[in-house]
Design a protein around this ligand. Structure first.
Ligand code: PLP
Length: 440
């Protein structure tokens, strides 16, 4: 570790989603980043197999983004967004609207993915109320869903370990659809699996139980990322859309991970050809450079609020909604997406990437490999009585060998920057294969 920091110097920072004592006994310290690589404090290069936390699709230290943020901070460092505006927030919203092909007409800014989720849930509740449908308050998430760490996102989320401690503090009136992960039926599938479309029909069961007139919204990740790369069965999202439309329930896609090119299209809704009423984004929106989230809404959602007495139509917002630095990073990111053929490049390496992942089949402990777009999940058998231990060891060894992988439970999730080239893919999977061959 860097000599400038002793282990005592590490104690004040309570790290998020981290085994703090374990980390501080054996720190992994990143000090710089460029393109496909991080560099640690011993000057080792580490290939970024995860785009940070799924949030750097364009690679690190993109000169156009760096320049745009530098210019923005020197011009307008901060501007309140309540009853005041600044040009780049409007410009970015218009550009984002165009990036959806104009199908989503307004954008509400937040500071993170968690805030975007809570904002989307609040908009859904307020939408029904403003239309005189105030009994529609029930929210439906899905088992194994991850929607961030706010009380709303946690409540609709479906990861037991995240929920356990806060069990008594969940939002009331929340139900969950079953998850769609089925290794017996779908192991080693490339793209959308065949089995499980019928699981969307579980929504009918919840409608029968509660009555549609009490249900506000369904929220799902089109592809669940944080919970270990769960790819929707063929036709599943279409079916959810049909049922939501039939029952007047809003469909929210959480595109915090899938937004901005992860599946090779601007958004997952483009990939699957299924349109939600609202969707959340964050991460790739600014290439991870400045924190920002955004909720995109269809015209009927926004229009419903623009009636009645003059005044604030939605009593909601954040100090950092539409932060000028985030807007500058967002605009520069969109420029790069649109001018530098990022999605075209990603398309040219997607098969190679997915094939490299599936080539790990047959290595010790590998019980499933699944892939879609520039995402691959490699599921390992758990060590008896030690869930997560095997993949965590793989993560530590990978870091020492110069590749950054992400693990959740015993699932390795790979989601590299979209600028990745074949030589990086060879390096990433070559090193991972060597680790898997010798992992106890
Ligand atoms: N929603 C999804 C689908 C996510 O994957 C995440 C984070 O990984 C979030 C929400 C929360 O985003 P944030 O960590 O920016 O609050």
């Amino acid at each position: 570790m860097n000599k400038a920091l002793s282990s005592a110097d590490l104690s004040a920072y309570w790290m998020p989603y981290t085994a703090n004592r374990n980390f501080k006994a054996n720190p992994r310290m990143l000090v710089s980043a460029e393109g496909m690589y991080y560099r640690d404090d011993a000057n080792n290069q580490i290939l970024d197999g995860t785009a940070g936390l799924w949030c750097v699709p364009l690679g690190h230290a993109q000169p156009k983004i760096v320049a745009a943020v530098q210019k923005a901070v020197a011009t307008l460092d901060y501007a309140p967004s309540f009853q005041l505006g600044h040009p780049s927030a409007f410009e970015l919203a218009e550009r984002l609207k165009q990036y959806t092909g104009g199908r989503f007409s307004q954008v509400f800014y937040t500071g993170s993915g968690s805030e975007a989720v809570d904002t989307a849930l609040k908009i859904a509740l307020a939408y029904h109320r403003v239309r005189g449908d105030a009994t529609r308050t029930r929210l439906i998430g899905r088992e194994r869903g991850y929607h961030g760490v706010g009380f709303g996102g946690m409540s609709v989320g479906g990861i037991g370990s995240n929920r356990k401690t806060f069990h008594s503090a969940m939002l009331p009136g929340v139900d969950h659809l079953p998850h769609t992960h089925n290794l017996e039926k779908n192991a080693f599938t490339k793209g959308e699996p065949e089995y499980g479309t019928h699981l969307a029909d579980e929504l009918e069961r919840l409608v029968t139980l509660h009555d549609a007139s009490n249900i506000a919204a369904v929220i799902v990740e089109p592809v669940a990322g944080s919970t270990g790369v769960l790819i929707p069965p063929k036709g599943y999202l279409q079916r959810l859309r049909e049922l939501c439309t039939k029952h007047g329930i809003l469909l929210i896609f959480d595109e915090v991970i899938t937004g901005f090119g992860r599946l090779g299209t601007p958004f997952a809704s483009d990939y699957f050809g299924v349109e939600p009423d609202l969707f959340t984004t964050a991460k790739g929106l600014t290439n991870g450079v400045v924190p920002m989230g955004a909720v995109f809404v269809k015209p009927h959602i926004h229009d419903a609020f623009m009636h009645g007495a003059d005044g604030i139509e939605l009593l909601h917002g954040y100090t950092y909604s539409g932060h000028p630095l985030a807007c500058a990073a967002g605009l520069a990111s969109l420029d790069i997406f649109e001018q530098e053929g990022i999605l075209e490049h990603a398309a040219s390496v997607t098969n190679y990437f997915q094939d490299a992942a599936h080539a790990l089949r047959g290595l010790p402990h590998v019980i499933d490999i699944r892939s879609i777009g520039m995402i691959a999940g490699i599921e390992l058998a758990s060590r008896p009585g030690q869930p997560g231990a095997r993949a965590y060891e793989a993560f530590r060894r990978a870091f020492d060998d110069g590749i950054l992988i992400r693990v959740t439970g015993d699932i390795i999730a790979l989601s590299p920057p979209l600028i990745i080239e074949k030589k990086h893919i060879d390096d990433l999977f070559g090193k991972l294969a060597a680790i898997l061959k010798t992992l106890a």
